[in-house]
Design a protein. Structure first.
Lengths: 290, 239
């Protein structure tokens, strides 16, 4: 086990993976609970267009992906507010347009300039110190954002209308959340790949939803599930010589199955009984059971 | 009595004709108004405008002498939307967390609950008989219990005006009676002005003082028992 950490590239892979395991579910908690689970995937399509465009016009792929995803996320957010009834359809149009643009840019590019495999599936084992620094800075910004604005974010995730009535700057918070989501997708793509970023944003949160009883528990548990998935996934991939990204995603799926069983066991698979303040029969039953 | 809400020449159009037009109304402090009318008459639209969720197409709403666009004291206004609990059935949030959200204000973005806040949350939960349910997920509660939670969330900051959008929808008759009794107490004992969209004029009549009937404009505005009498005789006040 120790031998795995002796190599510098593995240390960087572990650090990058663990940072992703914290920030993806942290942002993902808000997205999943707002029923925007697929937004990470969609932004991935747009990021792909950004990378392809950057390679074609001679800009840094990460920078062009970041610009494309931020613009895409802000546009999607505006459409979500304006056309809430048709939001999923408009979202799909954005995604496919991103993919279309990526295909056109790629076909126009005769000189290469990016590795499609590493964009889609990441290359955790080739994470450089610079990559690690960028992800650590993003992680710090994300954690600070959520810690500082935790309660307003909780309010607008749960009941956006009432948050607006309370006078909270709902539009600004939504925009900030969209920008952070976009940055998470774009900056993590080199490390864990576009497919893994969105999986890490959704599956650990889905696990936490099976077992958590409150909003705070959902966020903390989703990060814990993320960390377990990355630790188990990286260890398994190292010893079984498997692709780390795919192994982490499959570990997440296995954890989801375990958490579903745990959740069922916890609630007995039925709603908890409702205490009745005024009913004599209930009082008697409670006494007998007690 | 001091007038606290003025509605002047208010009109709203979703783009398919006027929902209502040239609405003029004054609401005084301590009033309890039941807003009634057929489906599509503009009841919820009016309430959303009062809550500043949507902007009027024409006209204006004035709170305490200040036009709504410049009004900043939103902690004076409590709002309970329609079916908030049902819309978020599987949301992982505890009763205590929901009630605590009511303390957030526009200028308190970085909000940490201090001892005073915690005391206010505990007191309001005690008052609304929610203490035993505080760690339960909101989706696990019955419709009546959920409505008490959302009412507690609106009341935790001690508002002067309470806006309720069909609070009794989806709850059983006994819970409805409890809810209206609770609202009556809030209005009479604390002097909170209540504007409530309702379909149950019969049940609401005991709690409310005045009724506002909408049918693309005001078709009745006055004492609730007069409205009830008319309703028994002729149904809604169609113009």
């Amino acid at each position: 086990m120790i031998e795995m950490f002796e190599m510098e590239f593995m240390q960087r892979a572990w650090l990058a993976g663990l940072i992703m395991a914290v920030i993806c579910p942290l942002i993902g908690s808000f997205l999943v609970l707002r029923r925007q689970s697929l937004i990470g995937d969609g932004l991935g399509h747009i990021a792909f267009a950004g990378v392809a465009g950057g390679a074609l016009f001679g800009y840094s792929p990460v920078l062009s992906a970041a610009v494309a995803t931020i613009l895409g996320a802000l546009a999607i957010e505006r459409v979500r507010v304006k056309l809430s009834d048709a939001a999923d359809m408009v979202l799909a149009i954005f995604f496919y347009s991103g993919m279309g643009l990526a295909v056109i840019f790629t076909s126009m590019n005769k000189e290469g300039g990016f590795n499609l495999g590493s964009i889609l599936f990441g290359s955790l084992m080739t994470v450089s110190s610079r990559d690690l620094l960028i992800v650590a800075a993003l992680g710090l910004c994300t954690v600070l954002f959520v810690i500082l604005y935790y309660r307003p974010l909780q309010y607008l995730t749960f009941d956006e209308t009432s948050a607006k009535v309370a006078g909270l700057p709902v539009d600004k918070l939504n925009m900030l959340l969209a920008v952070l989501t976009a940055l998470t997708v774009a900056l993590s793509m080199r490390i864990v790949g576009l497919l893994l970023v969105s999986a890490m944003m959704v599956i650990p949160v889905a696990c936490a939803l099976q077992t958590a009883k409150s909003f705070a528990q959902t966020i903390l548990q989703s990060m814990a599930y993320g960390i377990i998935a990355v630790a188990l996934g990286l260890t398994t991939s190292y010893y079984a010589n498997l692709a780390p990204g795919g192994t982490i995603v499959l570990t997440c799926t296995a954890l989801f199955m375990v958490s579903t069983l745990l959740g069922k066991k916890k609630t007995g698979n039925k709603p908890a009984p409702t205490p009745c303040a005024h009913c004599k029969v209930c009082e008697e039953e409670a006494k007998n059971e007690g | 009595m001091k007038k606290i809400i003025e509605i002047k020449d208010l009109g709203f159009d979703y783009g398919e004709g006027w929902v209502f037009h040239k609405l003029n109304l004054e609401i005084t402090e301590g009033d309890f108004v039941a807003v009634i009318g057929a489906n599509g008459a503009g009841k919820s639209t009016l309430l959303k405008m009062l809550a500043n969720v949507i902007e009027p197409t024409i006209g204006e709403i004035i709170y305490y002498g200040t036009p709504i666009s410049e009004f900043e004291n939103w902690e004076r206004i409590g709002y309970v939307p329609q079916n908030p609990g049902r819309a978020q059935k599987n949301f992982p949030i505890s009763v205590r967390e929901v009630v605590g959200l009511g303390l957030l204000k526009g200028n308190s973005l970085i909000h940490r609950f201090n001892e005073e806040d915690k005391k206010a949350i505990n007191e309001i939960m005690e008052r609304f008989d929610l203490t035993d349910l505080r760690y339960r997920k909101i989706g696990e509660l019955s419709g009546g219990q959920q409505q008490r939670v959302f009412l507690a969330r609106a009341m935790v900051k001690q508002p002067k005006i309470l806006l309720l959008d069909e609070p009794a929808t989806g709850i059983d008759t006994a819970a409805k009676a409890d809810l209206y009794a609770m609202l009556k107490k809030i209005n009479r004992e604390q002097g909170v002005t209540i504007i409530m969209v309702s379909h149950d004029l019969e049940l609401a009549a005991d709690a409310a003082q005045n009724a506002l009937c909408l049918d693309h404009g005001i078709c009745f505005w006055g004492e609730v028992h007069a409205a009830l009498k008319h309703h028994h005789k002729h149904g809604y006040f169609y113009r």
